[in-house]
Design a binder for this molecule. Structure first.
Ligand code: ADP
Ligand code: ADP
Ligand code: MG
Length: 450
């Protein structure tokens, strides 16, 4: 097992990983930017080093500085969390070349799944259903127009290297497609360093259902059930739950089997998530695989009792998974609310500032994964996610009511948050009935069109 791990991240996920290390008796090293000197993850780690100025490009993405800290502190392994360097095959390879274990899949698997157009091809070849679309990135406008005519409008233009809901545009006709190509191309080039785009059939009102997989180096690949992530704004998840209220035992068997097949096709090792869209007839289609720990992993932890971050660390250290598929059991229901420092009443504008009061909810069945505390400033430079509130219940209704109770106890002052919006949507008749799809929040709750 590792002696010392460097956590190459910040915020709630850095805190989450540090907690796992402490439980395992592993020493920890945090990194921070000049803006994060007083952040909770810095205080929680055994050692902490500054890696550069506030902008992520100069600190949390500064590979040279991070590797230097790893050497100076004498760590055996690096956990990248999510975002930042988590899906960067180059970083995984650099870690390997310096004799550091990257806690995630190998650079080969990251590469195969990182380009979503390439991943689609690999998955189709492995017999995993994909959404009709282009085989590869489109070379120019003419090719895109031809492909769209073949696929049939509406189509979605997607960044091949995309993530976080960015670089995606809908087009209902040729004129819209021309605009979508230009806009998505610009956004993708700026955000991902590649303007490559591919096309997919645009599904109307699908559900987002994803499957957590876990694989060790000995070829034991298992799934930990599904998560429903259809409550989204601008293609970004806001509330997630496990299991999905829309997945029948038959669909669960088929979709989890497809996810395991997807992981096996790229010789996947470590924790990963295979994302699908499900249409109203119960057909499911692969959209992408995230080769990292995911924001919403706690709902899976609460229904399976498996600590995913500890499992990631054990597998990366070469240990076999201590369970097989048949040993995994599912109990009850879990819901997660992402608490973002944003103003839902003002187009979800980020709301940076100092947190003047922070009272976490406690009591039965409640978990809070937080990246802030009272007195700390929410920085404008990074993701607005400041905490994740998770509730477990014996069934969906108990989890829902428990979440409402927990939200009523949560007090965050000094910045605007999404907590109030969560109360509204948890009480919406459609949510209570499980009648949701990826545009539900925007169409039915916020009353805007995306
Ligand atoms: P999840 O899929 O775990 O729900 P999100 O899509 O919300 O995660 O992304 C988690 C974080 O990672 C966000 O900060 C998001 O902006 C970032 N992220 C995701 N994919 C990429 C990518 N390809 N490049 C850069 N950042 C990314
Ligand atoms: P990212 O890498 O940014 O997470 P994804 O491919 O996972 O991008 O898609 C993010 C979201 O965009 C999905 O959860 C869904 O809401 C929407 N989406 C993606 N592809 C399609 C599609 N073909 N039809 C309809 N909605 C889609
Ligand atoms: Mg996705």
């Amino acid at each position: 097992m590792f002696r010392k791990i460097l956590v190459a991240n910040r915020g709630e996920i850095a805190v989450r990983i540090l907690r796992a290390c402490r439980e395992l008796g592993i020493a920890t090293v945090a990194i921070y930017s000049e803006a994060d000197r007083d952040a909770p993850h810095v205080h929680m780690a055994d050692e902490a080093y500054c890696v550069g100025p506030a902008p992520a490009g100069q600190s949390y993405l500064n590979v040279a500085a991070i590797i230097e800290v790893a050497g100076k502190a004498g760590v055996d392994a690096v956990h990248p969390g999510y975002g930042f360097l988590a899906e960067n095959a180059h970083f995984a390879a650099v870690c390997r070349s310096w004799g550091l274990t990257f806690i995630g899949p190998g650079p080969e698997a990251i590469e195969q799944m990182g380009l979503k157009s390439l991943a689609r091809r690999r998955m189709a070849a492995a017999g995993v259903p994909v959404i009709p679309g282009t085989e590869e990135a489109v070379r120019d406008e003419a090719e895109a127009l031809r492909a769209a005519a073949e696929i049939g409008y509406p189509v979605l233009v997607k960044a091949a290297a995309g993530g976080g809901g960015r670089g995606i545009r809908v087009a209902h006709d040729e004129a819209e497609l021309r605009e979508a190509l230009a806009a998505a191309g610009r956004e993708a080039a700026a955000a991902f360093g590649s303007g490559d785009l591919y096309l997919e059939k645009f599904l109307e009102e699908p559900r987002h259902v994803e499957v957590q997989v876990l694989a060790d180096a000995e070829g034991n690949v298992i799934h930990l059930g599904e998560r429903e992530c259809s409550v989204q704004r601008r293609r970004q998840k806001l509330l997630e739950e496990s299991p999905s209220p829309a997945v029948s035992p038959d669909l669960r068997r088929r979709i989890t089997e497809a996810a395991v097949r997807a992981a096996q096709a790229v010789n996947y090792v470590n924790a990963g998530t295979v994302e699908f869209l499900v249409d109203r007839h119960g057909n499911f289609y692969f959209i992408e695989m995230n080769t990292r720990i995911q924001v919403e992993h706690p709902v899976t932890e609460l229904v399976t009792g498996i600590d995913l971050v500890k499992a990631q660390i054990a597998v990366a250290a070469g240990e076999p998974l201590p369970f097989h598929q048949d040993d995994v059991t599912f109990q009850g229901w879990a819901i997660e609310c992402r608490i973002n420092a944003e103003d839902p009443d003002n187009r979800f504008m980020p709301s940076p500032g100092t947190i003047t009061a922070f009272v976490p909810p406690t009591g039965p069945g409640v978990r809070l994964d937080e990246g802030v505390r009272a007195g700390v400033a929410v920085q404008p430079y990074y993701d607005s996610l400041i905490a994740k509130l998770v509730a477990w219940g014996r069934d969906r209704e108990e989890a829902r009511r428990r979440m409402l109770r927990a939200l009523s106890e949560l007090r965050i002052e000094g910045v605007k948050t999404t907590a109030g919006l969560h109360r509204r949507l948890l009480e919406h008749p459609d949510f209570i009935a499980g009648r949701i799809h990826t545009r539900w929040l925007e169409d039915q709750v916020l009353g805007v069109t995306a």
